[in-house]
Design a binder for this molecule. Structure first.
Ligand code: GLN
Length: 203
């Protein structure tokens, strides 16, 4: 398997490290590469869009002429894992909790609606034990200025929820081979979520 990690900004090498471990634990042969140029999109079996700053990642991807071909590839079925800022970039509908419409460059491949910085200032960063459909036991969710997934339309489906201020919001969603998480599975040392994604995209 050939897995790319979009490499402009954010938790790029954390994902590279986790993916290599996950591949090894699954007994899959494969390589993980950092993607920055359009030519590197060829013959990928999956792409990870890391957490960081979604506006920055989107603008750099557009400037490097990667955004359009990546969007086409993901929309035609290249499996994508987007974490935090990556989930924002994969979403069809995005707004910011404070500034509203962002008009930022997106890939918009998943029928989910996300609100950036949903958890606000007072809870910018926190951790929570999550139940995730398809995973045994709990998963430690690390949230850093995370978005919430406030809606999903089929074929997208929310697979993990979090109670926050009396509201129940989505924090992970799937759509076909795509997986979006509001939290950072690459910061936990727990490879189960990466393995879940790799297992279902293995051809
Ligand atoms: N707040 C960031 C954004 O809106 C996401 C934060 C993160 O990826 N940790 O893009």
């Amino acid at each position: 398997m050939r897995i790319g990690v979009l490499g402009y900004q954010g938790g790029v090498y954390e994902h590279v490290y986790m993916l290599r471990r996950a591949l090894e634990e699954l007994g899959y042969t494969g390589e993980v590469l950092v993607v920055k140029k359009p030519g590197q999109l060829e013959s990928l079996d999956g792409i990870v869009i890391p957490g960081g700053e979604s506006t920055t990642i989107g603008i750099l991807a557009r400037r490097m002429k990667v955004l359009e071909p990546l969007r086409d590839a993901i929309r035609s079925g290249l499996p994508a894992l987007g974490t935090c800022a990556g989930a924002i970039i994969l979403a069809e509908k995005v707004r910011d909790r404070v500034v509203g419409e962002t008009g930022q460059p997106l890939i918009a491949a998943m029928r989910i609606e996300v609100v950036r910085n949903y958890f606000g200032r007072q809870r910018e960063s926190f951790e929570a034990d999550l139940e995730i459909d398809g995973l045994e036991g709990r998963f430690r969710g690390v949230f850093i200025r995370s978005p919430a997934i406030i809606d999903a339309e089929p074929p997208a489906r929310i697979i993990s929820w979090l109670d926050h201020d009396g509201e129940r919001v989505g924090v992970a969603a799937v759509q076909g081979p795509h997986l979006a998480t509001a939290f950072h599975p690459e910061l936990t040392g727990d490879t189960r979520l990466h393995k879940m994604w790799l297992r279902q995209i293995k051809r």
